[in-house]
Design a protein around this ligand. Structure first.
Ligand SMILES: NC(=O)c1ccc[n+]([C@@H]2O[C@H](COP(=O)([O-])OP(=O)(O)OC[C@H]3O[C@@H](n4cnc5c(N)ncnc54)[C@H](OP(=O)(O)O)[C@@H]3O)[C@@H](O)[C@H]2O)c1
Length: 331
């Protein structure tokens, strides 16, 4: 029998999670069964457990926003997929050893891709890639400013921007991260207390950033807005600091900064299947070539999901917390 991590109620603590045996059902028409191998623990998963995320499942629910597995069974009326193909899944419920999904909800990956990197591909690198492309027409040499630069999204922004010829001004809250982020392609790394309204022009050698990416909110969001060139977009995609944005009128009137948001789920809903596959194809190639690499903090077996969620909630992690789904014995 397969196992799944079920959320029984929304709660401040992960104690509301339970590992349950679930019945194995054959694939219906247009469906495939995935033997799940790895999943990540993201801030969005923690927000779902708390009941604070933008969209919440009916309970009890198998949760987990992203995961990686192998196609193990194929139902009738499925074309172009074969048993044994490695895939990522575009549906929540990935913290399980077996998943039944419609064929359109999986994206095949190249054989040989690192399973742990694949388990961290569908949400954060895709968010970074879309934000670099969908808000303004960046040119080679242009600057991007971002906060939470040590996050998985932030690191993907650094690596992808570097590969595309853009430059990044990165704001972090811990001084020890500077060398690490410069080693993966960051052009500049500064601490939260640097006033970018006064310093950005000097730091960026006379040309102000043309895109701001905000995953913190509050004063940090304002600080990176103050670094922008007139007419640039300021994109909020996360709220790690749990503080609202307070925007001075002048940023709108005199600098014409456009404040907008990004949600990957909304992008997927509006994108064609081809666009979605193209995005993940490019990102898989970046993983295979070593351009894109997300650090792993710690890997837990599914049976230790409570410990995994607690660990993922801690500040100062060195990378993502992952769940090893393949280690869960089925019978
Ligand atoms: N909108 C979307 O579609 C979308 C998609 C993906 C992710 N996100 C959001 O993006 C954010 C980052 O996700 P992730 O998975 O990349 O994160 P992550 O790898 O788990 O890292 C979290 C980051 O947030 C920083 N942080 C935590 N609390 C903070 C605070 N109070 N002030 C400043 N920084 C703080 C941490 O700093 P330290 O390194 O110093 O600990 C760390 O760099 C989350 O809010 C997530 O929900 C949104």
């Amino acid at each position: 029998m397969p196992f799944a991590c079920r959320l029984l109620e929304f709660a401040a603590s992960p104690a509301a999670l339970e590992i349950q045996e679930i019945p194995s059902t054959p694939p219906g028409s247009g469906e495939v069964i995935l033997h799940m191998l790895a999943a990540s623990v993201n801030p969005a998963d923690i927000n779902v457990i708390e009941g604070t995320y933008g969209e919440l499942p009916d309970l009890p629910a198998t949760i987990g926003n992203e995961g990686y597995g192998i196609i193990s069974q194929i139902g009738p009326n499925v074309n172009g997929l074969t048993i044994g193909t490695p895939v990522i899944v575009l549906k929540s419920g990935a913290w399980t050893t077996e998943m039944r999904v419609s064929a359109g909800e999986v994206v095949p990956l190249p054989q040989g891709i690192d399973p742990w990197q694949a388990a961290m591909l569908s949400v954060n690198p895709a968010t970074a890639w879309r934000m670099l492309h969908d808000f303004t027409d960046l040119q080679s040499g242009d600057w991007i400013v971002q906060n939470a630069a040590n996050s998985a999204v932030g690191r993907a922004v650094i690596q992808l921007a570097h590969a595309l010829g853009f430059r990044t001004l990165n704001v972090v809250r811990r001084p020890e991260l500077g060398d690490e982020l410069r080693a993966i392609g960051a052009d500049l790394v500064v601490l939260e207390d640097v006033d970018l309204r006064l310093e950005a022009l000097r730091l960026c050698g006379g040309s102000l950033p043309r895109l701001a990416l905000n995953a913190v909110g509050g004063s940090s969001a304002l600080n990176i807005a103050n670094a922008l060139a007139p007419g640039s977009p300021h994109v909020t995609y996360g709220a790690m600091g749990r503080q609202p944005l307070k925007i001075p009128n002048g940023l709108l009137i005199f600098k014409n900064i456009s404040f907008c948001g990004f949600w990957l789920r909304r992008w997927r809903e509006g994108a064609s299947l081809q666009e979605i596959h193209d995005t993940y194809h490019v990102l898989s190639e970046f993983i295979l070539s070593g351009v894109l690499k997300t650090p792993v903090h710690r890997i837990f077996p599914l049976t230790q999901v409570l410990e995994a969620v607690n660990e993922a909630s801690l500040a100062g992690r060195s990378g993502k917390v992952l769940l090893d789904l393949g280690s869960c014995k089925t019978h």
